[in-house]
Write a protein that binds this ligand. Structure first.
Ligand code: PLP
Length: 383
Protein backbone atom coordinates (compact mmCIF):
# COMPACT_ATOMS: atom_id res chain seq x y z
CA UNK A 1 0.00 0.00 0.00
CA UNK A 2 1.69 3.20 -1.15
CA UNK A 3 -0.87 5.57 0.31
CA UNK A 4 -1.92 5.38 3.92
CA UNK A 5 -5.44 4.30 3.02
CA UNK A 6 -7.59 3.61 -0.04
CA UNK A 7 -11.23 3.73 -1.00
CA UNK A 8 -13.00 0.95 -2.87
CA UNK A 9 -16.00 1.79 -5.02
CA UNK A 10 -18.40 -0.97 -5.93
CA UNK A 11 -19.75 -0.98 -9.47
CA UNK A 12 -22.44 -3.57 -8.72
CA UNK A 13 -23.75 -1.46 -5.83
CA UNK A 14 -24.11 1.50 -8.18
CA UNK A 15 -26.00 -0.55 -10.78
CA UNK A 16 -28.24 -1.88 -8.02
CA UNK A 17 -29.11 1.62 -6.77
CA UNK A 18 -29.93 2.93 -10.23
CA UNK A 19 -32.15 -0.09 -10.80
CA UNK A 20 -34.05 0.77 -7.61
CA UNK A 21 -34.67 4.27 -8.89
CA UNK A 22 -35.68 3.15 -12.36
CA UNK A 23 -38.24 0.81 -10.85
CA UNK A 24 -39.56 3.61 -8.71
CA UNK A 25 -39.62 6.20 -11.48
CA UNK A 26 -40.63 4.27 -14.57
CA UNK A 27 -39.30 4.84 -18.06
CA UNK A 28 -40.30 8.40 -18.66
CA UNK A 29 -38.39 10.16 -15.92
CA UNK A 30 -34.80 11.09 -16.60
CA UNK A 31 -32.24 10.65 -13.85
CA UNK A 32 -29.71 13.40 -13.43
CA UNK A 33 -26.78 12.08 -11.45
CA UNK A 34 -25.59 14.73 -9.01
CA UNK A 35 -21.80 14.57 -9.01
CA UNK A 36 -20.89 17.81 -7.26
CA UNK A 37 -18.40 17.68 -4.39
CA UNK A 38 -16.20 15.28 -6.42
CA UNK A 39 -19.20 12.95 -6.78
CA UNK A 40 -19.82 13.10 -3.01
CA UNK A 41 -16.23 12.05 -2.43
CA UNK A 42 -16.35 9.06 -4.78
CA UNK A 43 -14.39 10.78 -7.55
CA UNK A 44 -16.02 12.23 -10.68
CA UNK A 45 -13.81 10.14 -12.94
CA UNK A 46 -14.97 6.95 -11.20
CA UNK A 47 -18.68 7.65 -11.08
CA UNK A 48 -19.28 8.97 -14.60
CA UNK A 49 -18.34 5.70 -16.39
CA UNK A 50 -20.40 3.70 -13.87
CA UNK A 51 -23.36 5.96 -14.45
CA UNK A 52 -23.03 5.82 -18.22
CA UNK A 53 -22.87 2.01 -18.03
CA UNK A 54 -26.17 2.22 -16.16
CA UNK A 55 -27.54 4.43 -18.99
CA UNK A 56 -27.55 7.57 -16.89
CA UNK A 57 -26.44 10.39 -19.16
CA UNK A 58 -27.23 13.61 -17.35
CA UNK A 59 -24.87 15.02 -14.73
CA UNK A 60 -25.46 17.86 -12.31
CA UNK A 61 -22.66 19.85 -10.73
CA UNK A 62 -22.45 23.04 -8.71
CA UNK A 63 -19.81 25.02 -10.60
CA UNK A 64 -18.13 25.46 -13.95
CA UNK A 65 -14.88 24.02 -12.59
CA UNK A 66 -16.73 20.82 -11.65
CA UNK A 67 -18.42 20.86 -15.07
CA UNK A 68 -14.97 20.91 -16.66
CA UNK A 69 -13.98 17.81 -14.65
CA UNK A 70 -17.09 16.02 -15.90
CA UNK A 71 -16.58 17.29 -19.45
CA UNK A 72 -13.17 15.59 -19.54
CA UNK A 73 -14.63 12.15 -18.87
CA UNK A 74 -18.17 12.01 -20.29
CA UNK A 75 -19.13 10.27 -23.49
CA UNK A 76 -20.67 12.12 -26.43
CA UNK A 77 -24.40 12.41 -25.92
CA UNK A 78 -24.23 12.90 -22.16
CA UNK A 79 -25.27 16.27 -20.74
CA UNK A 80 -23.87 18.44 -17.98
CA UNK A 81 -25.88 20.90 -15.93
CA UNK A 82 -24.36 23.61 -13.70
CA UNK A 83 -26.72 24.34 -10.80
CA UNK A 84 -24.76 27.13 -9.17
CA UNK A 85 -21.64 29.16 -9.73
CA UNK A 86 -20.65 30.21 -13.21
CA UNK A 87 -18.37 33.20 -13.65
CA UNK A 88 -19.06 35.50 -16.60
CA UNK A 89 -15.72 34.46 -18.06
CA UNK A 90 -16.90 30.82 -18.15
CA UNK A 91 -20.25 31.48 -19.83
CA UNK A 92 -18.92 31.35 -23.37
CA UNK A 93 -17.22 28.01 -22.72
CA UNK A 94 -20.46 26.64 -21.34
CA UNK A 95 -22.59 27.83 -24.26
CA UNK A 96 -20.02 26.79 -26.86
CA UNK A 97 -19.97 23.25 -25.46
CA UNK A 98 -23.70 22.85 -24.89
CA UNK A 99 -23.29 22.82 -21.11
CA UNK A 100 -26.67 23.46 -19.48
CA UNK A 101 -26.82 25.95 -16.65
CA UNK A 102 -29.21 27.40 -14.10
CA UNK A 103 -30.35 30.95 -14.62
CA UNK A 104 -31.59 32.65 -11.46
CA UNK A 105 -31.16 36.33 -12.29
CA UNK A 106 -31.58 38.65 -15.25
CA UNK A 107 -27.91 39.50 -15.33
CA UNK A 108 -26.90 35.95 -16.18
CA UNK A 109 -29.63 35.64 -18.77
CA UNK A 110 -28.74 38.91 -20.50
CA UNK A 111 -25.07 37.93 -20.66
CA UNK A 112 -25.90 34.45 -21.92
CA UNK A 113 -28.11 35.85 -24.67
CA UNK A 114 -25.42 38.30 -25.76
CA UNK A 115 -22.84 35.51 -26.03
CA UNK A 116 -25.28 33.13 -27.72
CA UNK A 117 -26.02 35.79 -30.34
CA UNK A 118 -22.35 36.48 -30.92
CA UNK A 119 -21.25 32.88 -31.32
CA UNK A 120 -24.39 31.67 -33.05
CA UNK A 121 -25.19 28.92 -30.53
CA UNK A 122 -28.21 28.73 -28.28
CA UNK A 123 -27.67 28.75 -24.52
CA UNK A 124 -29.24 25.75 -22.77
CA UNK A 125 -30.88 27.25 -19.74
CA UNK A 126 -32.73 25.99 -16.69
CA UNK A 127 -34.83 28.70 -15.08
CA UNK A 128 -34.70 28.35 -11.32
CA UNK A 129 -37.84 29.32 -9.43
CA UNK A 130 -37.76 30.77 -5.92
CA UNK A 131 -40.41 28.71 -4.20
CA UNK A 132 -39.39 29.05 -0.56
CA UNK A 133 -35.81 27.84 -0.19
CA UNK A 134 -34.51 31.40 -0.32
CA UNK A 135 -31.16 30.64 -1.83
CA UNK A 136 -31.20 31.36 -5.55
CA UNK A 137 -34.10 31.59 -8.00
CA UNK A 138 -36.41 34.11 -9.70
CA UNK A 139 -39.17 35.61 -7.59
CA UNK A 140 -42.64 35.13 -9.01
CA UNK A 141 -43.02 38.90 -9.19
CA UNK A 142 -40.08 39.15 -11.60
CA UNK A 143 -41.54 36.78 -14.17
CA UNK A 144 -43.05 39.40 -16.46
CA UNK A 145 -39.66 40.85 -17.36
CA UNK A 146 -38.10 37.39 -17.56
CA UNK A 147 -40.71 35.99 -19.90
CA UNK A 148 -40.46 39.10 -22.07
CA UNK A 149 -36.70 38.67 -22.45
CA UNK A 150 -37.01 34.94 -23.13
CA UNK A 151 -39.66 35.43 -25.81
CA UNK A 152 -37.71 38.20 -27.49
CA UNK A 153 -34.65 35.94 -27.72
CA UNK A 154 -36.25 32.59 -28.42
CA UNK A 155 -33.74 31.60 -31.07
CA UNK A 156 -30.78 32.23 -28.77
CA UNK A 157 -31.95 30.16 -25.83
CA UNK A 158 -33.17 26.65 -25.36
CA UNK A 159 -35.60 26.42 -22.44
CA UNK A 160 -34.14 23.13 -21.21
CA UNK A 161 -35.54 23.20 -17.71
CA UNK A 162 -37.72 24.79 -15.10
CA UNK A 163 -36.55 23.83 -11.64
CA UNK A 164 -36.50 24.47 -7.93
CA UNK A 165 -35.04 22.87 -4.81
CA UNK A 166 -36.88 21.84 -1.64
CA UNK A 167 -35.88 23.08 1.78
CA UNK A 168 -35.39 19.75 3.53
CA UNK A 169 -37.66 17.08 2.02
CA UNK A 170 -35.83 14.50 4.14
CA UNK A 171 -37.58 15.59 7.32
CA UNK A 172 -41.27 15.61 8.20
CA UNK A 173 -40.66 18.78 10.17
CA UNK A 174 -40.41 20.61 6.84
CA UNK A 175 -43.57 19.06 5.40
CA UNK A 176 -45.63 22.23 5.40
CA UNK A 177 -42.87 24.22 3.76
CA UNK A 178 -42.28 21.57 1.08
CA UNK A 179 -46.01 21.33 0.27
CA UNK A 180 -46.11 25.11 -0.17
CA UNK A 181 -43.07 24.92 -2.43
CA UNK A 182 -44.74 22.31 -4.61
CA UNK A 183 -47.79 24.56 -5.03
CA UNK A 184 -45.60 27.56 -5.75
CA UNK A 185 -43.67 25.64 -8.39
CA UNK A 186 -46.96 24.79 -10.14
CA UNK A 187 -47.79 28.48 -10.20
CA UNK A 188 -44.47 29.20 -11.93
CA UNK A 189 -45.03 26.42 -14.45
CA UNK A 190 -48.53 27.67 -15.29
CA UNK A 191 -47.19 31.16 -15.79
CA UNK A 192 -44.64 30.01 -18.35
CA UNK A 193 -47.19 27.80 -20.09
CA UNK A 194 -49.65 30.69 -20.31
CA UNK A 195 -46.94 32.63 -22.09
CA UNK A 196 -46.22 29.84 -24.54
CA UNK A 197 -42.91 28.86 -22.93
CA UNK A 198 -42.74 25.13 -22.23
CA UNK A 199 -39.60 23.79 -20.58
CA UNK A 200 -38.26 20.47 -21.87
CA UNK A 201 -37.82 19.23 -18.31
CA UNK A 202 -39.46 20.18 -15.06
CA UNK A 203 -37.21 19.04 -12.23
CA UNK A 204 -37.54 19.74 -8.56
CA UNK A 205 -36.67 16.60 -6.61
CA UNK A 206 -33.38 15.53 -5.07
CA UNK A 207 -33.09 12.09 -3.45
CA UNK A 208 -35.37 12.77 -0.49
CA UNK A 209 -38.21 14.34 -2.46
CA UNK A 210 -37.96 11.58 -5.08
CA UNK A 211 -38.32 8.99 -2.34
CA UNK A 212 -41.02 10.64 -0.25
CA UNK A 213 -43.05 13.09 -2.36
CA UNK A 214 -44.11 11.27 -5.55
CA UNK A 215 -45.77 14.45 -6.81
CA UNK A 216 -42.35 16.12 -7.06
CA UNK A 217 -41.16 13.58 -9.61
CA UNK A 218 -41.81 15.34 -12.89
CA UNK A 219 -39.71 14.95 -16.05
CA UNK A 220 -36.34 14.62 -14.36
CA UNK A 221 -34.99 14.07 -10.84
CA UNK A 222 -31.60 15.12 -9.50
CA UNK A 223 -30.37 12.21 -7.45
CA UNK A 224 -27.30 12.73 -5.31
CA UNK A 225 -26.81 10.91 -2.02
CA UNK A 226 -29.13 7.97 -2.76
CA UNK A 227 -27.29 6.86 -5.90
CA UNK A 228 -24.23 6.39 -3.67
CA UNK A 229 -26.27 4.06 -1.52
CA UNK A 230 -27.41 6.27 1.36
CA UNK A 231 -30.97 6.94 2.47
CA UNK A 232 -31.10 10.72 2.88
CA UNK A 233 -32.57 10.16 6.34
CA UNK A 234 -34.21 7.49 8.45
CA UNK A 235 -37.57 9.05 7.62
CA UNK A 236 -37.08 8.58 3.87
CA UNK A 237 -36.26 4.93 4.44
CA UNK A 238 -39.35 4.45 6.62
CA UNK A 239 -41.53 6.07 3.97
CA UNK A 240 -40.16 3.70 1.31
CA UNK A 241 -40.50 0.79 3.71
CA UNK A 242 -44.17 1.60 4.26
CA UNK A 243 -45.14 2.44 0.69
CA UNK A 244 -42.89 0.17 -1.35
CA UNK A 245 -41.86 -2.51 1.14
CA UNK A 246 -38.28 -1.29 0.84
CA UNK A 247 -35.63 -2.97 2.90
CA UNK A 248 -32.39 -1.56 4.09
CA UNK A 249 -30.36 -3.23 1.36
CA UNK A 250 -32.41 -1.69 -1.46
CA UNK A 251 -29.74 0.96 -1.52
CA UNK A 252 -26.21 -0.33 -1.32
CA UNK A 253 -23.27 1.76 -0.26
CA UNK A 254 -20.59 2.00 -2.96
CA UNK A 255 -17.79 3.04 -0.73
CA UNK A 256 -15.41 1.12 1.53
CA UNK A 257 -12.47 2.83 3.15
CA UNK A 258 -9.52 0.75 4.23
CA UNK A 259 -6.05 1.05 5.66
CA UNK A 260 -3.61 -1.20 7.50
CA UNK A 261 -1.89 -1.37 10.85
CA UNK A 262 1.38 0.56 10.71
CA UNK A 263 2.75 -0.32 14.16
CA UNK A 264 1.88 -2.18 17.36
CA UNK A 265 2.60 -0.68 20.80
CA UNK A 266 1.97 -1.55 24.42
CA UNK A 267 0.80 0.74 27.21
CA UNK A 268 0.90 -0.27 30.88
CA UNK A 269 -1.80 0.44 33.42
CA UNK A 270 -1.62 4.15 34.28
CA UNK A 271 0.02 5.15 30.97
CA UNK A 272 -1.65 7.80 28.84
CA UNK A 273 -2.14 7.06 25.16
CA UNK A 274 -1.48 9.86 22.66
CA UNK A 275 -1.54 13.64 23.19
CA UNK A 276 -2.57 14.89 26.61
CA UNK A 277 -4.42 12.91 29.20
CA UNK A 278 -7.71 12.07 27.50
CA UNK A 279 -7.09 8.31 27.64
CA UNK A 280 -5.37 6.40 30.44
CA UNK A 281 -4.82 2.63 30.22
CA UNK A 282 -6.49 0.79 33.11
CA UNK A 283 -4.51 -2.39 32.39
CA UNK A 284 -1.73 -3.41 30.04
CA UNK A 285 -3.02 -2.67 26.53
CA UNK A 286 -2.01 -3.64 23.04
CA UNK A 287 -2.45 -0.63 20.77
CA UNK A 288 -2.47 -0.59 16.96
CA UNK A 289 -1.44 2.59 15.21
CA UNK A 290 -3.28 3.33 11.96
CA UNK A 291 -1.91 5.88 9.50
CA UNK A 292 -5.18 7.79 9.07
CA UNK A 293 -5.95 10.99 10.95
CA UNK A 294 -7.97 14.14 10.57
CA UNK A 295 -5.86 15.29 7.61
CA UNK A 296 -7.17 12.17 5.86
CA UNK A 297 -10.83 12.85 6.60
CA UNK A 298 -11.15 10.92 9.89
CA UNK A 299 -12.69 13.52 12.12
CA UNK A 300 -10.89 14.56 15.29
CA UNK A 301 -14.22 14.41 17.06
CA UNK A 302 -13.97 10.61 16.80
CA UNK A 303 -11.18 10.74 19.42
CA UNK A 304 -11.96 8.17 22.15
CA UNK A 305 -15.18 7.20 20.37
CA UNK A 306 -14.63 6.03 16.77
CA UNK A 307 -14.59 2.35 15.78
CA UNK A 308 -12.79 0.41 13.04
CA UNK A 309 -12.73 -3.26 12.08
CA UNK A 310 -9.65 -5.46 12.44
CA UNK A 311 -9.62 -9.25 12.01
CA UNK A 312 -13.42 -9.23 11.88
CA UNK A 313 -13.77 -7.46 15.24
CA UNK A 314 -14.93 -3.97 16.10
CA UNK A 315 -12.26 -2.06 18.01
CA UNK A 316 -12.25 1.41 19.61
CA UNK A 317 -10.23 4.47 18.92
CA UNK A 318 -8.40 5.46 22.10
CA UNK A 319 -6.83 8.82 22.76
CA UNK A 320 -7.07 11.70 20.35
CA UNK A 321 -7.09 11.34 16.60
CA UNK A 322 -4.02 13.19 15.38
CA UNK A 323 -3.33 14.79 12.04
CA UNK A 324 -2.02 11.57 10.51
CA UNK A 325 -2.77 8.72 12.89
CA UNK A 326 -5.26 7.15 15.22
CA UNK A 327 -4.66 4.54 17.91
CA UNK A 328 -7.03 1.64 18.51
CA UNK A 329 -7.29 -0.86 21.32
CA UNK A 330 -6.50 -4.35 19.97
CA UNK A 331 -5.80 -6.01 23.33
CA UNK A 332 -8.48 -8.64 22.78
CA UNK A 333 -7.54 -9.59 19.24
CA UNK A 334 -5.20 -12.58 19.13
CA UNK A 335 -2.33 -12.57 16.63
CA UNK A 336 -2.99 -9.04 15.48
CA UNK A 337 0.01 -7.67 13.63
CA UNK A 338 1.50 -4.89 11.56
CA UNK A 339 0.08 -4.96 8.02
CA UNK A 340 -3.36 -6.28 9.05
CA UNK A 341 -6.26 -4.80 7.12
CA UNK A 342 -8.21 -2.04 8.88
CA UNK A 343 -11.73 -1.22 7.69
CA UNK A 344 -12.73 2.33 8.52
CA UNK A 345 -15.96 2.19 6.50
CA UNK A 346 -17.29 -1.02 4.99
CA UNK A 347 -17.47 -4.72 5.74
CA UNK A 348 -15.04 -7.18 7.25
CA UNK A 349 -16.18 -10.67 8.11
CA UNK A 350 -19.66 -10.43 9.55
CA UNK A 351 -19.41 -6.85 10.73
CA UNK A 352 -19.68 -3.57 8.97
CA UNK A 353 -19.29 0.12 9.69
CA UNK A 354 -21.49 2.46 7.71
CA UNK A 355 -20.79 6.07 6.98
CA UNK A 356 -24.04 6.73 8.84
CA UNK A 357 -22.85 5.27 12.14
CA UNK A 358 -19.59 7.05 11.67
CA UNK A 359 -21.36 10.35 11.15
CA UNK A 360 -23.72 9.87 14.08
CA UNK A 361 -20.66 9.57 16.27
CA UNK A 362 -18.97 12.59 14.88
CA UNK A 363 -22.19 14.61 14.48
CA UNK A 364 -21.55 15.10 10.81
CA UNK A 365 -23.99 14.30 8.07
CA UNK A 366 -23.21 11.55 5.57
CA UNK A 367 -22.95 14.31 3.00
CA UNK A 368 -20.18 16.05 4.89
CA UNK A 369 -18.19 12.94 5.70
CA UNK A 370 -18.23 11.92 2.05
CA UNK A 371 -17.46 15.33 0.65
CA UNK A 372 -14.56 15.72 3.08
CA UNK A 373 -12.80 12.55 1.98
CA UNK A 374 -9.60 13.97 0.56
CA UNK A 375 -9.25 13.72 -3.21
CA UNK A 376 -5.76 12.28 -2.90
CA UNK A 377 -6.86 9.01 -1.26
CA UNK A 378 -6.67 6.49 -4.12
CA UNK A 379 -10.05 5.21 -5.32
CA UNK A 380 -10.17 1.66 -6.64
CA UNK A 381 -13.13 0.29 -8.59
CA UNK A 382 -14.34 -3.15 -7.59
CA UNK A 383 -17.05 -5.37 -9.09
C1 PLP B 1 -30.01 21.88 -6.35
C2 PLP B 1 -29.73 20.50 -5.87
N1 PLP B 1 -30.32 19.46 -6.46
C3 PLP B 1 -30.10 18.19 -6.08
C4 PLP B 1 -29.25 17.91 -5.03
C5 PLP B 1 -29.03 16.46 -4.61
O1 PLP B 1 -29.47 16.24 -3.32
P1 PLP B 1 -29.37 14.77 -2.66
O2 PLP B 1 -27.92 14.46 -2.49
O3 PLP B 1 -30.05 14.91 -1.37
O4 PLP B 1 -30.02 13.85 -3.61
C6 PLP B 1 -28.61 18.95 -4.37
C7 PLP B 1 -27.72 18.65 -3.23
O5 PLP B 1 -27.47 19.38 -2.35
C8 PLP B 1 -28.85 20.28 -4.80
O6 PLP B 1 -28.26 21.33 -4.20
Amino acid sequence: MQHTSYIEISESAYQHNIKYFRKLLGKNVRISSVVKGNAYGHGIENIIPLAENAKVNHFAVFSASEALEVFKVISPGSNIMIMGYLDDSQLEWAIENGIEFYVFDMDRLEKAIAIAKRIGKAAHIHIEAETGFHRTGFEYTSLLALVHLMKKNKEHIRFTGLCTHYAGAESISNHHRVINQIAEFKRFYSYFMRHGLKPEYRHTAGSAATLTYPQTVMDMVRVGIAQYGFWPSQETFIYQFKTNKANDSDLKRLISWKSEIMAIKYADAGDFVGYGTSYMANKRLKVAIIPVGYANGFSRSLSNSGRVLIRGKRVSVIGSVTMNTMSVNVTDIPNVQKGDEVVIVGKQGKLSISVASFSEMSNLLNYQILARLPGNIPRVLTK
